[in-house]
Ligand binder design. Structure first.
Ligand code: AMP
Ligand code: MG
Length: 390
C-alpha cells in the first residue's frame, strides 16, 4: 500500500516528449501548448491614443485653444507632424502623429469656433499607449499550458494563425461487472446501470483527452482480456472500473499482468480508492479503479488528470483554495487519506451528507473535495482546510 501523494509523485515523475501537431487557433481551446511562444511584433506596433479626443503637441495638463488640423480614425495614418497651436481629432486606437505630447479626451473639450477647440479641464496623464508597452518583439508571451480563451487572445494578438500543441491522448474506458446494464436497457434483478463508463469518458474528455468507450464487459477473464488487449492497442491510457478488489470475480490485476502491463502500484492509502491499480506498458498506461462511482471520480481527479497532463508534456495544477471548515469534520478510522465531497459557502466549506463511495448523488451538490490526512480523525469547525475545486 502506497500513500496517495507518493502514488501521485510516481505519475508526476513520468517524463514525456509528447507528439506535436499544428492546429489552427480556432481549434486550440483546451489543447495543451507544447512550447513557449514569443511575439514577433511589438504590441501595440505604434504609439496610439487611449481616448477619443484631440492629440496635441503639449504635455498632459494643457488648457487653451487649438486649431483642429484633421481627423485620424483607428486604422488611419497620420498625414503630417503636429505643429505648435495645432491638434488633430483622434479616435481610440488610432496612431498618433509625430510631435504628439498628449491626448485631451473629447469629454473635456468644447468647440470654440469654426475649426477650433478649447480644452475645458486639464488631463493628469498623457492618454498615450506607447509602442511595445503591452509586449515587445521577442518577449515570451506564453509558457506551455492548457489553453484558455484569454490565452488564445494573447496568441492571436501576436499574429499566430496556428500553433503547436500536444496530440490529444486517447483514453479507452472499460466498465467491468456482470451486474451492469447500459442506459435504455431493462434492469434485471440484481442489475444496476453503468454510470462509470459515461462518467469516466466525459471526465477524460473534459481533461483534454479523446475518449473511446469500449462498453461493459462481464467478470470473465477471457472477455476482459480480449477487451483490454484491444484498448491497449488503440489507446494511450486505458481506464477500467471495477474488478480490482479482493472479490472472487475481481480479475483486472491478473489480466493486466498477463497482458504484460507492468504494475507501478496496486493499493493506495486513500478513501475512496484503496484498491486502485496503476501500470505501464511501454508508453501506454492503465488505471484500474474500484467500481464505486465516487471512487472512480476521485481517482480520476487525483490520478487521471495529472497523468493526462504528463502525457501532454505539462503538470496538472489542481485549483485549490484554502478555506475554513463550517463544522467539525470527524471520522472513526484514520488509517487512510480520506476525501469528502463538499460545497463552498463563501470563505467556509461544508462537507455534504455522504455515506460512502457508492453515494454518487453526493457529487450533485459538490463543488470541491476536502481531505483528512492519515492519523487525522478530527478537524474542528473554523480550521483551515484546502478545498480542491471541481
Ligand atoms: P467492484 O469494484 O467491481 O467490486 O465494484 C464495487 C461497487 O461498484 C459494486 O457495488 C458495483 O456494482 C459498483 N460498480 C462497479 N462498476 C460500476 C459501474 N460501471 N457503474 C456503477 N456502479 C458500478
Ligand atoms: Mg465488480
Amino acid at each position: 500500500m502506497i500513500h496517495p501523494d507518493e502514488a501521485l509523485a510516481l505519475i508526476e515523475a513520468l517524463e514525456f516528449a509528447p507528439a506535436i501537431e499544428k492546429v489552427p487557433l480556432a481549434s486550440a481551446l483546451g489543447r495543451v501548448m507544447a512550447r513557449a511562444l514569443e511575439s514577433p511584433v511589438d504590441q501595440p506596433p505604434f504609439d496610439k491614443s487611449a481616448m477619443d479626443g484631440f492629440a496635441h503637441p503639449l504635455p498632459a495638463g494643457a488648457t487653451g485653444e487649438f486649431r483642429v488640423a484633421g481627423t485620424i480614425a483607428a486604422g488611419g495614418v497620420p498625414r503630417a507632424p503636429l505643429v505648435p497651436g495645432e491638434c488633430v481629432r483622434i479616435m481610440t486606437g488610432a496612431p498618433l502623429p509625430a510631435g504628439t505630447g498628449s491626448v485631451q479626451r473629447v469629454e473635456w473639450t468644447e468647440e470654440s469656433g469654426p475649426g477650433l477647440v478649447r480644452f475645458t479641464k486639464p488631463e493628469k496623464v498623457d492618454n498615450i499607449i506607447r509602442r511595445g508597452e503591452n509586449v515587445r518583439a521577442g518577449d515570451t508571451i506564453m509558457t506551455p499550458r492548457r489553453l484558455r480563451a484569454q490565452d488564445l487572445g494573447i496568441i492571436a494578438a501576436a499574429g499566430y494563425a496556428e500553433l503547436p500543441v500536444a496530440r490529444r491522448p486517447v483514453v479507452g474506458v472499460i466498465s467491468t461487472g456482470d451486474e451492469l446494464r447500459s442506459a435504455g436497457e431493462a434492469l434485471a434483478p440484481g442489475a444496476i446501470y453503468d454510470s462509470n463508463g459515461p462518467q469516466l469518458a466525459a471526465h477524460a474528455e473534459a481533461a483534454g483527452a479523446r475518449a473511446i468507450f469500449y462498453g461493459r464487459v462481464a467478470d470473465r477473464e477471457d472477455a476482459l482480456e480480449r477487451m483490454a488487449r484491444t484498448a491497449l492497442s488503440e489507446c494511450d491510457v486505458v481506464v477500467l472500473s471495477g474488478g480490482v478488489s479482493m472479490g472472487d470475480y475481481d480479475y483486472v490485476p491478473a489480466v493486466l499482468e498477463a497482458l504484460g502491463v507492468e504494475r507501478l502500484f496496486h493499493g493506495v492509502l486513500m478513501k475512496p480508492g484503496k484498491p486502485t491499480w496503476f501500470g505501464r506498458s511501454a508508453n501506454r498506461f492503465v488505471l484500474g479503479m474500484p467500481g464505486n462511482p465516487v471512487s472512480t471520480f476521485v481517482n480520476f481527479e487525483f490520478f487521471g488528470k495529472p497523468l493526462l497532463a504528463r502525457l501532454q508534456g505539462i503538470r496538472y495544477e489542481p485549483p485549490v483554495l484554502p478555506l475554513r471548515l463550517a463544522h467539525d469534520l470527524s471520522r472513526k478510522s484514520a488509517d487512510r487519506v480520506e476525501w469528502f465531497p463538499a460545497r463552498r459557502e463563501g470563505a467556509l466549506v461544508r462537507a455534504l451528507p455522504y455515506s460512502g463511495s457508492s453515494m454518487l448523488q453526493a457529487l450533485e451538490k459538490a463543488d470541491c473535495l476536502v481531505r483528512l490526512e492519515i492519523g487525522e480523525k478530527f478537524r474542528g469547525a473554523g480550521s483551515e482546510i484546502d478545498a480542491r475545486l471541481l
